[in-house]
Design a protein around this ligand. Structure first.
Ligand code: NDP
Ligand code: GDR
Length: 383
């Protein structure tokens, strides 16, 4: 019998990759999407099936993590074998501006799902994955961070996710539910939200090397993150729910990199070298030199003359508007348990991730430029 999965947050980065992965495995996938005034299914449109087709494998439902009745009805109707709770207000900086909503969606939302499964009598049938986060570790207590490292959340987002983490553990212990936390460290991809730092960088660097943008403005360049590829991380989610026993797992690469180094690597990928000058809020990113061979291969010879004129000019600055009231300075995860118990092995390293994101964004920015020059409207949103 093929299994049925319910994915909240199916329109997000992880939801899209996970849906694709489970559909390939023969699952029937139900997804919860929010009602929005414009379509918000860009990331899963390639998986879309006409709702009038019989025997559809991907079925979308309107819903929201703040609406208990809606969640309970969807779970009752779909009777899922597995629930992947990926929906969340997932932006750490934005959570300082919307703390109450974040607590409701990210903290109480998971409780609504756990309680619905319990009240509907689905404890034996339904396994639950909760999207927990390395943000739980917050202020550094121990490195590398592992399952036993104490938490010290540093944002309304992380505090809400702390509640979600513990309520998942509590329902597991209190009611014997198969409920597990994946404590995932940052994971990125070509479909990463545009306002997270890696995607903001790969988009901006692509536009800068194509001559479409002068500068990028960023926040704390010294923050260090353990960045992996989302494609690898959704496989870990799946593996967690295939175990006989529920448990909590750190999913990470074990390597940490600063925002500053990520910027260098993104430019490098286009054959462009940058240097950093100045300190703190006065730090600047300067275009240093160009490897013409690499640039012509990766970007295109026709863009070289314009960029060559920009050597020794400023292509990036720090804007304190992007600083957070409390910052998480260093994350580096120890994925030993996931490797030993789940047999999880990531396929991408950081170089592979940067390459994938840069290739995709250079192509996207070229396409957008072509469309704009031919008078088609393009959304070029800047953070
Ligand atoms: P995204 O921001 O890309 O996607 C979030 C999804 O949640 C979107 O589908 C969004 O809908 C949906 N959503 C937001 N609020 C609600 C709500 N109130 N009700 C229903 N749906 C809602 O996040 P990611 O895919 O990157 O992350 C997936 C999960 O994993 C999140 O819970 C995140 O906090 C967590 N996480 C992510 C990590 C990462 O590095 N990516 C690391 C660790 C944890 P819409 O498209 O309409 O906005
Ligand atoms: P994070 O990701 O907060 O780790 O949360 P983000 O990419 O937003 O920030 C990473 C680090 O980069 C610094 N930074 C900037 N960040 C943003 N967004 N924009 C900037 O201009 C900028 N400049 C520097 C930040 O200060 C931070 O230190 C992500 C989300 O996916 C969460 O949902 C998830 O739980 C965690 O990863 C693990």
């Amino acid at each position: 019998m093929n299994k049925t999965a319910l994915i909240t947050g199916i329109t997000g980065q992880d939801g899209a990759y996970l849906a694709e992965y489970l559909l390939k495995k023969g699952y029937t996938v139900h997804g919860i999407k929010r009602r929005t005034s414009l379509f918000n299914t860009d990331r899963i449109d390639h998986l879309y099936e006409d709702p009038h087709e019989e025997d559809k494998k991907l079925i979308l439902h309107y819903g929201d993590l703040t609406d208990s009745m809606n969640l309970t009805r969807i779970i009752q109707e779909t009777q899922p074998d597995e629930i992947y709770n990926l929906a969340a207000m997932s932006h750490v900086k934005v959570s300082f501006e919307t703390p109450e909503y974040t607590a409701n969606a990210d903290g109480i939302g998971p409780l609504r799902i756990l309680e619905a499964v319990r009240l509907l009598g689905l404890i034996e049938k339904t396994r639950i994955y909760q999207a927990s986060t390395s943000e739980l570790y917050g202020l550094v207590q121990e490195v590398p961070q592992k399952e036993t490292t104490p938490f010290y959340p540093r944002s309304p987002y992380a505090v809400a996710k702390l509640y979600a983490y513990w309520i998942t553990v509590n329902y597991r212990e209190a009611y014997g539910m198969h409920a597990s936390n994946g404590i995932l460290f940052n994971h990125e991809s070509p479909i990463r939200g545009e306002t997270f730092v890696t995607r903001k960088i790969t988009r901006a660097v692509s536009r800068i090397v194509l001559g479409l943008q002068k500068k990028v403005y960023l926040g704390n360049l010294s923050a260090k993150r353990d960045w992996g590829h989302a494609k690898d991380y959704v496989k870990a989610m799946y593996l967690i729910l295939q175990q006989d026993e529920p448990s909590d797992y750190v999913i990470a690469t074990g390597i940490t990199t600063s925002v500053r180094d990520f910027i260098s690597k993104a430019f490098d990928e286009a054959g462009v070298m940058v240097r950093f000058e100045g300190e703190d809020v006065d730090e600047q990113i300067i275009l240093d030199s160009i490897n013409e061979q690499v640039f012509c291969d990766k970007v295109g010879a026709e863009y070289l003359p314009a960029l060559a004129q920009r050597i020794n000019t400023v292509v990036g600055e720090v804007d304190p508007a992007y600083f957070r009231p409390t910052e998480v300075e260093l994350l580096i995860g120890d994925p030993a348990k996931a490797k030993n118990v789940l047999g999880w092995e990531p396929e991408y390293d950081l170089a592979g991730l940067v390459k994938d994101m840069m290739q995709s964004d250079i192509a996207l920015m070229k396409k957008n430029d072509f469309l704009e020059k031919n008078n088609y409207k393009v959304m070029n949103y800047y953070e």
